[in-house]
Design a protein around this ligand. Structure first.
Ligand code: DGI
Ligand code: FE
Ligand code: FE
Length: 189
C-alpha cells in the first residue's frame, strides 16, 4: 500500500484536525486487525480513507454519490451527516481506483454500521471511536472493549449514537438499528 500517497490525498481534502483523526483511526485499525486476524494493510487503507469526503461541499458529496450510481434511501436523503461515508466509498473505488469490495463497504458503512458486517467493516466502525484524539466520556471503556470483544464495543458505540440521536429527535438509519438488533439478539441474557 502506498501509505504516503493516500495520506497526501486526504491531507489535501481536509483540515488538520480531521487529518489527525484519520491517521489515528488508521493506527487503531491496524492494531485491531492484528488482534482479530484481519489484513492490516487493508485496515490501514480503509482507516486513512474513511472520512476522505467529510469536509467537501455537500453538493460535491451528492455528485460523487450520483456518479457512483448509488441511490440514497429516504433516511440518507434527509441526513447529510451520512453522505460523507457513502461518497468516501465511491471516491476510494472510482477516483482512487481501489478495487476491493471489503474496503468499499468498510468506508460506506463506517457511520451507521449494518447487519452482517465483515471483520474489516467492524474494525473501521470501531476504530472511528477509539483514535488517540477521542476523549468523550467512556472512551477508555470503549478502547478496552474494542480489544476484548469487538461486537461489545460496537454495541457500546451504537447505544451512545442511537440514544443521542433519539434524544435529539433525529432519524436513525435502519442499518444502525439492524446492526444494534443483530448484536443484542446474539447476546445471551
Ligand atoms: O465522521 P466522524 O465524525 O469521524 O464520525 P461518523 O462517521 O460516525 O459520523 C458521526 C455523525 O453521524 C454524528 O454526528 C452522528 C451522525 N450519525 C451516525 N449515525 C446516524 C447519524 N445521524 C443520523 N441522523 N442517523 C444515524 O443513523
Ligand atoms: Fe465518518
Ligand atoms: Fe471518522
Amino acid at each position: 500500500m502506498n501509505r504516503e500517497y493516500y495520506l497526501s490525498v486526504i491531507k489535501n481534502r481536509m483540515g488538520e484536525r480531521r487529518y489527525i483523526h484519520s491517521v489515528n483511526v488508521a493506527k487503531s485499525a491496524v492494531l485491531l486487525a492484528q488482534k482479530y486476524n484481519e489484513d492490516a494493510e487493508k485496515a490501514e487503507l480503509a482507516g486513512i480513507l474513511h472520512d476522505s469526503c467529510k469536509e467537501i461541499d455537500k453538493s460535491e458529496m451528492l455528485q460523487i454519490i450520483t456518479d457512483g450510481g448509488i441511490i440514497l434511501d429516504d433516511t440518507e436523503k434527509t441526513t447529510p451527516k451520512l453522505w460523507h461515508a457513502i461518497a468516501g466509498s465511491v471516491y476510494a473505488r472510482d477516483v482512487l481506483g481501489i478495487d476491493d469490495e471489503d474496503v468499499f463497504n468498510a468506508i460506506r458503512y463506517h457511520t451507521t454500521g449494518r447487519a452482517n458486517m465483515s471483520m474489516l467493516e467492524k474494525i473501521i466502525f470501531t476504530a472511528d471511536f477509539i483514535g488517540e484524539e477521542r476523549n468523550y466520556n467512556g472512551v477508555e471503556i470503549m478502547r478496552e472493549k474494542a480489544f476484548t470483544d469487538i461486537e461489545d464495543a460496537m454495541l457500546f458505540g451504537l447505544q451512545f449514537t442511537i440514544s443521542d440521536l433519539a434524544k435529539r429527535a433525529l432519524p436513525i438509519h435502519p442499518n444502525a438499528l439492524a446492526c444494534y438488533n443483530e448484536i443484542t439478539m446474539k447476546k445471551d441474557s
